[in-house]
Design a protein around this ligand. Structure first.
Ligand SMILES: Nc1ncnc2c1ncn2[C@@H]1O[C@H](COP(=O)(O)OP(=O)(O)OP(=O)(O)O)[C@@H](O)[C@H]1O
Length: 356
């Protein structure tokens, strides 16, 4: 087990700045998810920790030690990638044994067999041990890839979108399994993904990365409920936070042209500033006595909930409602919002005005 740290790490590929003076700290035993869009620098950050990429600037520390001169092997980290890096002609057992056969490890056959059995049991692949890898399904292969990482008992797991090639159902199953695995092993996990559902459901902490810089670090609920800016507000949550342009008049939000007025609990906001009012879809309230009229533009039925898109003036807003609610397209409805759940962002900078 180990903690990981990047201090002021920059990595350029020619004119392309993949990481820009990135500071990142991952505590011992933490499941840390680095969330970012394509090209944000996630894989580069992972490869820098693994020793596969040399930073142009800054320090990489494992357990407080600068590892600049450590080889990949000395860093004792395991990489799990989106593409399964398995030997197709070998059996599952052969693949799991492979990393343990290295002379440096000095393990005898009985010890190797014992480790392989244990890992197979953890990942529920015992029945597959003697099957050739080329005969496995995608989900089974990814389990074996994870197994090959675990069997080495590394200090750190670095996972690069390991579930993204799998179908939705399998992704969900393996999400739960990976979390359980993390709890059982107590190892440090750095998991990178562009999938905010994965980030929210798996991470002890989420770091939101944008253009090689960390925008916010927090628990899933901190990042969801109090995004530090509109970039994070848009990156986390499905559907994303509603963001509506307007200004404050006392404790009333007055929306731009063709908009509406609703109360807010204003704290640090400056009167007269151009604002964005941010409200999550579950904090819009659709009921007959509500103050503002809107038209139903779209309805998505998700079984337990419905997601409505409602149109008011020039704005389209998302609202999450109960599946039991009777509502039809083009219907006129009335809505309000939970005044204490509205966030205020500076329109010019995108900054959350309540965040310090
Ligand atoms: N070997 C390389 N040579 C040139 N440019 C690279 C190289 N590796 C990464 N880059 C560039 O660095 C930036 C960050 O890439 P990186 O792969 O780290 O992003 P990412 O967040 O992992 O994206 P994705 O989700 O698409 O994998 C991108 O603009 C990418 O094109």
């Amino acid at each position: 087990m180990a903690n990981l740290e990047l201090r002021g790490v920059s990595k350029d590929f020619g004119a392309n700045k993949a990481l820009r003076s990135l500071d990142l700290r991952i505590e011992d035993g933490e499941f840390f998810v680095l969330l970012g869009q394509t090209g944000a620098g996630k894989t580069t950050a992972l490869r820098v920790f693994a020793g596969l990429e040399k930073p142009n600037d800054g320090q990489v520390l494992i357990d407080g030690e600068d590892v600049a001169n450590w080889t990949v092997a000395e860093r004792d980290v395991a990489l799990v990638l989106q593409q399964y890096s398995l030997y197709p002609r070998l059996t599952v057992r052969g693949n799991l044994e492979f990393p343990l056969r290295s002379k440096i490890r000095g393990l005898n056959d009985a010890e190797i067999a014992d480790r392989v059995e244990k890992v197979a049991k953890t990942l529920q692949i015992t029945a597959l041990l003697d099957r050739k890898v080329e005969r496995l399904s995608g989900g089974e292969m990814q389990r074996v890839s994870i197994g090959r990482a675990i069997v080495r008992e590394p200090r750190v797991f670095l996972m690069d979108e390991p579930l993204s090639a799998l179908d939705a159902k399998l992704r969900e199953t393996l999400r739960v399994e990976l979390k359980k695995l993390h709890n059982n092993l107590g190892a440090t996990f750095l998991y990178v993904t562009h999938d905010q559902v994965e980030a929210m459901s798996m991470g002890d902490k989420i770091g939101v990365l944008n253009k090689g810089k960390l925008v916010q670090v927090g628990t899933p609920s901190e990042v969801y409920n109090n995004p530090c800016n509109t970039f994070v507000a848009r990156s986390v949550g499905t559907p994303p936070m509603n963001l509506v342009k307007g200004a404050l008049d006392g404790s009333t939000a007055v929306m731009d042209a063709n908009g509406f007025c609703l109360p807010v609990q204003a704290r640090n906001a400056t009167e007269g500033k151009d604002l964005l009012f941010g409200v999550r879809p579950e904090n819009l309230v659709i009921e007959s006595g509500a103050p503002v009229e809107a038209k139903v533009f779209d309805i998505e039925d998700h079984g337990v909930i419905k997601i409505l898109t409602i149109e008011v003036g020039a704005n389209k807003l998302h609202a999450t409602v109960s599946a039991q609610m009777k509502v039809s397209l083009d219907e006129t409805v009335r809505f309000g919002w939970k005044a204490d759940k509205v966030l205020l962002f500076d329109q010019a900078t995108g900054r959350n005005l309540a965040a310090s």
